[in-house]
Design a protein around this ligand. Structure first.
Ligand code: PGA
Length: 268
């Protein structure tokens, strides 16, 4: 996520789009992908753009300005797992990222055990894993920190420290996701910065001090071009996992431009 530029460390931002179960046809998927790619300026240097599309579209989307992501992967290499897709299958389509443990999959029954296994299988197989963690609700007692800590510890129980460079953590409070209970709410930059520091402390406690720079922490939950700048500057976040905004090319491109401007003017 970081690279050297003289004495300074160049900031890089990750903008990942989670298309979820959209759009509804391969024709529309190609057109959405094309409209995003044509709007990405050649000047974009320090922003990594990922599109996590539904499985059937991954074999038809190709572009040098963006890389592909999947929204889930199974931990086994092959076998009797109807409806599942393996790391090897994704890699054969040049997929580079996979979302792990998204709250919508957790709500549909994905367990901590499944998440831990697919998380490790993904990084072992050479994919970058975007691990989603985030509380369902907040209360004044701060129980959301316990909730996030629990999800973190379950996912990282047996995680190989040498593969932390393939991990991105997406802090996605479920209450802020645009189709969640409270539509349209976004975490404030202060909420996000506080949770980023908390997650970094969990990383340090589990893996040691110098792991912080290896693991970008991004934010998801109604992220868009109106809140992106404040979340980058004041929330000190390393990028976004955007759902709704990634289906609107102008909006998504605008987030990429904001991220580039931010990366241009900041060091890590
Ligand atoms: P949203 O979705 O940006 O539409 O809130 C984010 C996500 O679920 O990853």
């Amino acid at each position: 996520m970081v690279q050297s530029r003289g004495m300074k460390i160049q900031k890089r931002i990750l903008i990942a789009g989670n298309w979820k179960m959209n759009p509804t046809s391969v024709k529309d998927a190609k057109s959405l992908f094309h409209n995003i790619s044509k709007g990405i300026s050649k000047k974009i240097k320090y922003v990594d753009v990922v599109v996590a599309a539904p499985y059937p579209y991954l074999s038809v989307l190709k572009n040098k300005k963006m890389v592909l992501g999947a929204q889930h992967v199974h931990h086994e290499k092959s076998g009797r797992h109807t409806g599942e897709v393996s790391v090897g299958m994704l890699k054969s389509l040049d997929v580079k990222y996979v979302i792990i443990g998204h709250s919508e999959r957790r709500a549909a029954g994905e367990t901590n055990e499944h998440i831990e296994k697919s998380f490790i299988a993904a990084v072992n197989g050479g994919l970058k894993a975007i691990l989603c963690i985030g509380e369902r609700k907040r209360d004044s007692k701060g129980n959301h920190f316990n909730f996030v800590e629990d999800q973190f510890k379950n996912a990282f129980k047996k995680f190989p420290k040498n593969l932390l460079g393939r991990v991105v953590i997406a802090y996605e409070p479920v209450w802020a996701i645009s189709c969640g209970d409270a539509k349209g709410k976004t975490a404030t930059p202060a909420d996000v910065e506080e949770m980023k520091l908390f997650i970094q402390k969990l990383l340090v406690d589990s893996f040691g001090r110098n792991t912080i720079k290896k693991v970008p922490i991004i934010y998801g939950g109604s992220a868009n071009s109106n809140n992106a700048e404040a979340l980058l500057i004041d929330g000190k976040i390393d990028g976004f996992l955007a759902g709704g905004a990634s289906l609107r090319p102008k909006e998504f491109i605008s987030m990429i431009n904001i991220a580039q401007h931010y990366a241009d003017t900041h060091t890590s």
